[in-house]
Design a protein around this ligand. Structure first.
Ligand SMILES: [Zn+2]
Length: 867
């Protein structure tokens, strides 16, 4: 009885002490308003878990915390706060209140000890239980509970002894008042920071890594020349003259030093695999067959020719885009052509991942907060850009597609042997008769079922009817011209969304795209013309046949095939085509295939010749402009042999000859081969195809220089820059991920400010990279700034962006870095561009005003300056 009574009394006093502790802790958290403490305070004050965590932490033990929301964590030593004079020391008031309460409610040391034990039980149990109930939510203390218990008990007992001695409630009030005044004076000083001179410069992401590299002419890997001779090809045969007697044509990868598309007359022998073994030199490999697995057959060739496709694999892991196609005559006796995307001399970083697939998704998610994984992550070997005479390194990666709320997606390649390093990223969508059309009414996502499905009559919304009708016309064009059943050739549904908009104010967007992940098309209000609808669905045809890459030459070919097949569809439907992309839509005419240079961008005429290929990293390698080079060749061919035959050659080239890594020269060689298959060797059609591509400079000899694009963050965070990083700060991976977000915001520029900074970036970027690669100090400084800005990068434009504030330290660091860049620019022989840019930026924005703003407020502030 007596024992039960004592236990009850101890728990009652302990419980009240715990309640006092939590109430005071919660109130103190609310008082923490500025800087990092303000962030932690507002963060913890939102849940019982957070308040209990703070209370447990306040007793002095080390606290390891992890937040799923912020995707970050760390270790806090409360003693350090005390020594630094941080306002966080206010949190010690919680346990003090508990001790005083216990002291006031008990008499004698034994009862105080019991009450303290009761208090410690309640606090540690609550912290442990709330962490278990809401795992990963907000903060979780991972100090072992026995340590937390003993510390809580010790504090409560010690303070309780003082409380028993004083027995005056006023002590609590007086103590609180003193600390409150201390707190107010601390936060007051943070607000009244002196104004400094203002400069702006946002850190940036993608850049051209150095000057363009000219193509190494005439380079072949060992064994290739001999193998070419064996199949009757002298590698000088192609180019200036088409070998009329042999019909030989060839495209090569100048850096890899192998033929990538080759026409020939080679006895096939027993089967395709033994032919590949016998002619392994063409692939510059000893035994390529050991690395090749057979791919499913493409739809049957109407000409009856045989096409065998293979995928390169190492240790069971596919090599990205590395496909080989062997094309034989109808009897299978003669090899007529080879599509070679095989990567010889491949050196993988490994084939067994140490990072699991869910962790890869988490890493990609850091760069695209709020987005969800769109498909199961896929393990791949991602080859580096090849260099003559060198093995080709390949990184083991997870390919993760992340889909944002607005339906747009990005594909991330995450190093599978790292903690989550993002190696590369690319757009996951291509801009740009079982139909279903949803009406999004200027929203990114549908709220209900389709507005019009197959066989249903017109609805009141004209955009829905336009998408429905034009999708039907494109389907009919494919079906009646090539016998192709829908975009994938296998009768796929044609789901479309009319009046798509990702604008926050639900304004129409001038945008349309095909999403390879879902096989769906999206159309902004006013964009659903026959040619734009056909263009987007044609991306589906290209994606499901050649599977061309979506950047550089592959991306330009993707856009080119979309534009020319849109023109072919228009011709089929109307009996004529204007060869103009965008005509009649809200975009207006954006490209003219018949006369590319009639239009210009930023004062520069669109390219109409391979020698005018636009280098650079914007627009996936200027794919919406360089597309005009091959498009113009198809236009020229159509003026010579008619659209009827041109579309047959283009379709055959795309669906039977080309592979993912194909380039302009492959398209030419494939087109000549296709014309030869269709109309005969050395037929007028074949010769005209040869001439049409030659007319735009794709002649089998010339190759454009290449430009490697790299992540600015990666570059500045490697080498000597890493030494300057704060070991307690954000990881390199997290910093790169944060910068990728900034890149996304730039690329989807929706506001005047973002457009302004995106342009500023484009103008300042290559010079910054130049200076960066020559100065270790600059690299150190840049790396450090990126790391300090990481929380801002990661959270801008997300709900977490309300919780993180811009500090004076960050602004000082930005100013110092801009000064350092300007100085380095002048030292390296400035042309004055940067100084002028800096001056005009000064007139626009006062970034000092951003101190104390949340990340999102700062973003809104910048937006307000340019609207
Ligand atoms: Zn497109």
């Amino acid at each position: 009885m007596r024992l039960a009574k004592n236990v009850f009394r101890a728990l009652w006093a302990g419980g009240l002490a715990a309640a006092a502790c939590l109430a005071v802790t919660w109130a103190m958290l609310a008082l923490l308003v500025s800087g990092a403490e303000g962030l932690v305070g507002s963060f913890l004050a939102r849940s019982v878990n957070g308040v209990t965590t703070a209370a447990a932490a306040a007793t002095g033990g080390p606290v390891d915390w992890w937040s799923a929301t912020l995707s970050s964590g760390g270790r806090i030593w409360p003693l350090r706060f005390l020594l630094q004079g941080s306002p966080m020391v206010l949190l010690a008031l919680g346990p003090v209140a508990a001790g005083l309460t216990a002291g006031l409610l008990t008499r004698g040391r034994a009862r105080l000890l019991a009450a303290s034990a009761g208090y410690a039980t309640v606090i540690t149990a609550t912290a442990t239980v709330t962490a278990a109930v809401a795992p990963g939510e907000l903060a979780t203390v991972s100090t072992p509970w026995p340590i937390a218990f003993v510390l809580a008990l010790a504090w409560c007992f010690a303070v309780g002894l003082a409380g028993q001695a004083a027995r005056r409630v006023k002590v609590v009030a007086a103590g609180a008042a003193v600390l409150l005044i201390a707190q107010l004076s601390v936060s007051g000083s943070a607000v009244a920071a002196p104004p400094a001179k203002a400069r702006t410069e946002l850190p940036v992401t993608m850049a051209a890594a150095g000057p363009p590299e000219p193509a190494p002419v005439g380079y072949f890997r060992p064994g290739v020349t001999e193998a070419l001779a064996k199949v009757g090809v002298s590698h000088a045969a192609d180019g200036a003259k088409i070998a009329a007697d042999t019909g030989v044509t060839m495209a090569k990868d100048p850096w890899l030093g192998v033929p990538t598309m080759l026409s020939m007359q080679s006895p096939a022998g027993k089967d395709v695999k033994s032919w590949l073994r016998a002619n392994a030199g063409l692939l510059a490999a000893k035994d390529p067959v050991a690395q090749l697995t057979e791919l499913p057959a493409r739809p049957k060739d109407p000409l009856g020719l045989k096409h065998d496709w293979f995928q390169q694999q190492v240790g069971g892991v596919p090599v990205y885009g590395a496909r080989v196609g062997v094309h034989r005559d109808a009897k299978g006796k003669t090899v007529l052509s080879l599509t070679n995307n095989f990567i010889p001399d491949l050196v993988p970083t490994g084939t067994k991942p140490t990072l699991d697939a869910p962790s890869a998704v988490t890493a990609a998610g850091r760069a695209m907060p709020g987005a969800k994984a769109g498909a199961a992550p896929e393990l791949l070997l991602l080859p580096d850009e090849p260099d003559p005479g060198k093995p080709v390194a390949a990184t083991l990666v997870w390919r993760v597609t992340m889909v944002a709320d607005d339906g747009r997606s990005t594909v991330f390649y995450v190093d599978a042997l790292s903690t989550g390093r993002i190696v590369k990223f690319e757009p996951g969508h291509l801009e740009y008769k079982n139909r279903s059309v949803w009406d999004l009414n200027n929203n990114p996502r549908p709220s209900g079922g389709p507005a019009r499905t197959e066989g249903e009559g017109p609805v009141s919304e004209p955009d829905v009817n336009a998408v429905y009708d034009h999708s039907g016309r494109f389907y009919d064009y494919l079906s009646s011209t090539f016998g192709r059943d829908s975009w994938d050739g296998e009768g796929a549904r044609m789901n479309s969304y009319a009046r798509y908009s990702n604008d926050r104010n639900h304004q129409p967007v001038k945008n349309a795209f095909f999403d390879p992940l879902t096989g769906e098309t999206m159309f902004g209000e006013g964009t659903a013309t026959l040619t734009i609808v056909s263009h987007e669905w044609q991306h589906g045809v290209t994606h499901s046949s050649a599977g061309l890459f979506s950047f550089f030459q592959g991306g330009s070919l993707h856009e080119s095939f979309s534009d020319v097949f849109a023109a072919f569809t228009e011709y089929k439907v109307k009996g004529s085509t204007s060869w103009k992309a965008g005509e009649g839509s809200s975009l207006g005419v954006i490209r003219d295939l018949a006369n590319p240079s009639a239009l210009s961008y930023d004062g520069k005429p669109h390219p109409d010749h391979y020698s005018k290929y636009w280098l650079g990293c914007a627009d996936g390698g200027w794919v919406h402009f360089n597309s005009l080079i091959p498009s113009h060749a198809w236009y020229i061919l159509a003026t010579r042999i008619g659209i009827g035959k041109t579309q047959e050659i283009a379709y055959r080239d795309l669906t039977t000859q080309l592979g993912p890594r194909s380039r302009f020269s492959d398209t030419r060689a494939g087109a000549i081969q296709a014309a030869s298959d269709l109309y005969g060797k050395n037929s007028p059609e074949m010769l005209e195809t040869w001439r049409a591509f030659g007319a735009v400079g794709i002649d089998g000899n010339y190759e454009s220089p290449r430009q490697q694009c790299m992540c600015f963050a990666d570059e500045s965070l490697t080498g000597v820059g890493l030494e300057a990083l704060d070991p307690d700060g954000a990881s390199t991976d997290a910093t790169v991920a944060g910068l990728l977000r900034v890149r996304d915001i730039f690329e989807n520029a929706e506001s005047g400010a973002v457009m302004h900074y995106a342009q500023l970036y484009a103008r300042a970027n290559s010079r910054a990279m130049e200076l960066l690669t020559t100065s270790d100090t600059l690299r150190r400084q840049t790396a450090h700034l990126m790391q300090s800005m990481e929380p801002a990068f990661r959270t801008v434009n997300t709900p977490q962006g309300d919780l993180i504030s811009i500090t004076q330290g960050q602004i000082d660091e930005i100013n110092a870095l801009v000064d350092a860049y300007l100085e380095a620019d002048i030292d390296a022989g400035s042309d004055g561009t940067w100084t002028a840019l800096a001056r005009s930026e000064l007139e626009h924005a006062n970034i000092q005003a951003m101190v104390g703003m949340s990340v999102n407020e700062a973003y809104a502030y910048l937006e307000s300056l340019f609207d």
